[in-house]
Design a protein around this ligand. Structure first.
Ligand code: NAD
Length: 482
């Protein structure tokens, strides 16, 4: 069986412990590869190499750094099919999705920040003709990047690209559940001749490698995407060390549907925003609120459509939903369906696991599930499930739906469907989330600020926000008159 390696100081290497962790294919339930079970020793070696690399990387021109990122992007693009198959094997997501979204977006992240850094500028302030203030934007040094399993290469590159572009060296840890494309990225970086130590990719568990990165005194900033509880643990360690922190955490996003919406467009998109990637996207709208006058019609039409979605082998291009990423997560989702039923929820479709066929007999599959009849403040409507499970709830007024939408501890994204633009803008300003989509979902522009409020996180990624995060501003004041 293939064993993956860490990428430290420009070479592929085994973990200091020589131990390995099993990596499963969720569609078959089988172990298909193993990853290094790394720890603080490996992080220490990586920090030393990054420290050395920073001396020259931080001095290279933006154009040179941009060139490396472009080269890496081009090589991933060349191998797009290979990367897509790897992502699907590791995560259980449909192959068509890896091919059309995950890997192309990883390429775009690299290209975007390769270009953005060549346009990045800083401010100057002339102070009453007496002094000139100019602000330098300098790289931080070594930064840590820790990412989750749901959009593996997509989110990994979303962090690494701006950090490298801004002149930092990076110690990155992909999720131990989906490490394969991060390993392939190491091979690509070697092929692109990225200087040794500029990027180090270390595999392993969060409570070993992850916490060693977070607590290392020479790592100046942490960019983390993952669960809210993990974010809290990271903040506990990193905040007293005065590290810069960007935390992109969980969500429980409302999808608010008014009777005056463009119904067909809403219905089509709501199927996507509920169940794309098995509902394992932090931006999915898992709480659907529908204006009472169209509630009955929506329930029927939506459930009819959801019942037609095929769940099965991710390699089958007709599968809209593939496998759930891990056995543990699969059990968590089934547990929450049970909680919802105990809380009085009525399952309108789905509601259980399904047995895969052929090679997928032992895979982890759950039918897309729609539940109604729950109060807005029950556990199933307040806690993040992060799977193919949505609830539908009727509402009578804008005030009522706003109260329900804002009732959770989270505040990542919201979706609003209405043709009444005054109402859409009014609600957008009152809704407590970092992102609002009006009459659309997942329409992304990489220049926009991305992130959540409340327990969905701290800080913003994307565009200039990311380049500002990965640089320290230093103001220089020059007196112009004697
Ligand atoms: P997780 O928090 O369990 O793990 C995320 C990463 O953190 C993994 O690499 C893990 O190994 C590491 N980790 C775990 N414990 C750690 C510790 N103590 N110190 C340092 N690192 C540690 O999250 P997950 O289950 O992989 O991902 C799902 C979660 O991610 C969901 O809550 C989802 O909403 C969230 N998410 C948020 C966004 C966003 O942009 N806000 C995007 C995608 C996913």
């Amino acid at each position: 069986m293939e064993k993956l390696k860490n990428y430290i100081n420009g070479i592929l290497t085994t973990a200091y412990s020589s131990n390995y962790i099993n990596d499963y294919n969720p569609a078959t339930g089988e172990v298909f590869t193993m990853i290094p079970d790394s720890d603080a020793e490996d992080v220490e070696i990586a920090v030393k190499s990054a420290e050395k690399a920073f001396e020259s990387w931080s001095e290279t021109s933006a154009e040179v750094r941009s060139g490396y990122l472009m080269k890496i992007a081009a090589l991933i693009k060349r191998d797009l099919d290979k990367f897509a198959l790897a992502e699907t094997t590791d995560s259980g997501k449909p192959l068509w999705l890896s091919k059309s979204v995950d890997i192309p977006r990883a390429v775009k992240n690299l290209e975007f920040f390769a270009s953005a850094i060549t346009h990045f500028s800083s401010e100057s302030h002339l102070t009453d003709n007496e002094a000139l203030n100019y602000t330098l934007r300098q790289p931080l040094g070594i930064v840590g990047a820790i990412s989750p399993w749901n959009l593996p290469l997509y989110l990994f590159t979303w962090k690494i690209a701006p950090a490298l572009a801004a002149g930092n060296c990076v110690i990155a840890k992909p999720s131990e559940i989906t490490p394969l494309t991060a390993f392939m990225l190491s091979e690509i970086c070697i092929e692109a001749q990225l200087p040794d130590g500029v990027l180090n990719i270390i595999h392993g568990y969060g409570n070993k490698v992850g916490s060693a990165i977070v607590s290392h005194p020479k790592i100046k900033a942490i960019t983390f995407t993952g669960g809210t509880n993990t974010g809290r643990e990271i903040a506990k360690v990193a905040a007293p060390m005065f590290k810069k922190l960007s935390l992109e955490l969980g969500g429980k996003n409302p999808n608010i549907i008014f009777a005056d919406c463009d119904y067909e467009k809403m219905l089509e998109t709501t199927v996507q925003s509920s169940f794309r990637n098995q509902g394992e996207i932090c931006l999915c709208g898992s709480r659907i609120f529908v204006e009472k006058s169209i509630y009955e019609k929506f329930r029927k039409d939506f459930v009819d459509k959801v019942k037609k979605l095929k769940t099965g082998d991710p390699l089958d291009e007709n599968s809209f939903l593939g496998a759930i990423v891990s056995k543990q997560h699969y059990e968590k989702i089934l547990y929450y369906i049970d909680v919802a039923v105990k809380e009085g929820g009525k399952i309108l479709c789905g509601g259980s696991n399904i047995k895969g066929r052929g090679r997928c007999e032992d895979g982890w599959f759950i039918e897309p599930t729609v539940i109604e009849g729950l109060s807005y403040n029950c556990r199933a409507n307040q806690e993040e499930i992060f799977g193919p499970v949505v609830t539908i709830t009727p509402f009578e007024s804008e005030e009522e739906v706003l109260m329900m939408a804002n009732s959770t501890e989270y505040g990542l994204a919201s979706i609003i469907w209405t043709e009444n633009l005054t109402r859409a803008h009014r609600l957008s300003s009152k809704i407590k989330s970092g992102i609002v989509w009006i009459n659309c979902w997942m329409l992304r522009d990489l220049r926009t600020p991305f992130g959540g409020v409340k327990n969905s996180g701290v800080g913003r990624e994307g565009g200039l926000e990311a380049l500002r995060f990965f640089t320290e501003s230093k103001n220089v004041c020059v007196k112009l008159k004697n």
